[in-house]
Structures are given as C-alpha cells and as structure tokens.
Design a protein around this ligand. Structure first.
Ligand code: DX5
Ligand code: ZN
Length: 219
C-alpha cells in the first residue's frame, strides 16, 4: 500500500484550513514540518501552532520534527494528538528513550535521516519504530531538487526492513517528490511519499495527490 502525505510547508499559511480541505479526501496523512531555526535554518510551526493544526485537521497528522531537542519535545507532539511523530537521528542523544516516550502517548514513531547520515546508524532501532524517513533534500525548505543519489539508501532500508520481516515499518521519502520523481523513489522501495510544492503549487491539489498515488502504484 502506498501513502501520500502532503506537506503544508508551502501552502497558504494565512488560510490553512481551506488549504487542508483541498487535499483531505485524497490524502492519507497531513505532513507537518516543525522547524526551530536551530536544527535547520528556518522557523515554522511551534508546539502551540501544531496543536491547533492537529486538532483542526480532518486528516491524521504526520509530524516531522526538525528541532534540536527531540528528546525533550517529541512526546509533546504525540500528546497533542499527532498520529505519527518523526524525529531526526542526528538531534537525539537517546533515541530509545525518545521512541518510548512517543509510544507511551499512543503515536507512531519515525526516525529521519539527513542526506549525509548513513542508514546503518538506525539499524539498532528498527525493531522499535514504525517508520523510517529518508530525506531526499537537505531539511529546512520546500521546493528543492530531489536528490536521486539517495536512492541507494532507500533501497538499503527496503532490503533491511524486508529481510528482518519488519514489513510493518513504513519507508518514507521527503523532498522534491513530484510526478517526475516519485517513480524513482517508488522503484527504490519507498511506500510513503511526502509532497509539498508539487501538491500545493498544482492548480488542483487534490487531483495532484491522486496522480501521485497512481504514479506510485503503477510499478
Ligand atoms: C523539508 C521538509 C519537506 C518539504 C517538502 O525540510 O521536510 O517536508 O515541505 O517540500 P517539497 O515537496 O517542496 O520538497
Ligand atoms: Zn518534512
């Protein structure tokens, strides 16, 4: 099963409810990019704004935390009702404890990897998590070019997930996903796709979600 998770990073922030309504019926989850201007050079939604988006959203929220202190903060997003909370491996001093604190709130847990971080780093945590996020751009901004050179890492993650019978783990890609690039990520083994600009710059965002899903299901 393939999942499409639109990112509202580059949606019209002054009218978020209407923007979310444009993709709600077609999408699996709403991808929420939380940035603290420390882990990445950009500031987006804080916990308070995220809490409001989570409570207003008809879609389950997939929170992607690009923050410097996930060990302290990540479980608060779970407590706020995010269906899934993903934190960056690079920012965590104690991934195991952070995973447990998120799970204790009843949310799914993902671990994200920046382009320069090898997959092998998170192998010890695979038996505990629900999703792996391989970044296909440097985290921080929407609208960047898809890094095709991340495909071997996606394929490695897919092999590892399948060979350890951990097929229950979702394999997500985030950054530069469009109708042109989604099939490459799909062929490499991703099953969960974040798309920001491709969706919200389309004249009909809901239809674009359907087209992306069809492209992901076509091979
Ligand atoms: C980048 C974010 C992405 C971003 C994707 O740091 O994690 O979720 O919104 O945007 P596009 O699809 O435009 O690359
Ligand atoms: Zn993201």
């Amino acid at each position: 099963m393939k999942r499409i998770c639109p990112s509202i990073l580059n949606a019209d922030r002054s009218n978020l409810a209407a923007e979310i309504a444009r993709i709600s019926e077609q999408s699996d989850m709403l991808h929420l990019d939380v940035m603290d201007n420390i882990f990445v050079p950009n500031l987006t939604f804080d916990l308070l704004e995220s809490t409001k988006i989570i409570s207003d959203s008809a879609l389950p929220v997939d929170a992607h935390l690009m923050i410097a202190d996930p060990d302290e903060q990540a479980h608060l997003f779970a407590k706020a009702g995010a269906a899934s909370v993903t934190f960056h491996f690079e920012a965590s001093l104690d991934p195991r404890a952070t995973i447990n604190r998120i799970h204790d709130q009843g949310s799914r847990v993902g671990i994200a990897l920046k382009p320069a971080t090898d997959f092998v780093n998170i192998a010890p945590y695979l038996d505990q998590i629900d999703m792996v996020l391989i970044m296909t751009v440097e985290p921080g901004f929407g609208g960047q070019s898809f890094m095709e050179n991340m495909m071997p890492k996606v394929a490695q993650a897919r092999r590892e997930i399948d060979s350890k019978h951990l097929g229950k783990i979702w394999l997500q890609v985030d950054g530069g996903i469009s109708l042109e690039t989604i099939s490459k990520a799909n062929e490499a083994g991703a099953d969960t796709f974040v798309a920001g600009s491709a969706v919200f710059k389309a004249s009909n965002p809901g239809e674009m979600v359907d087209l992306l899903r069809a492209a992901a299901n076509s091979n």
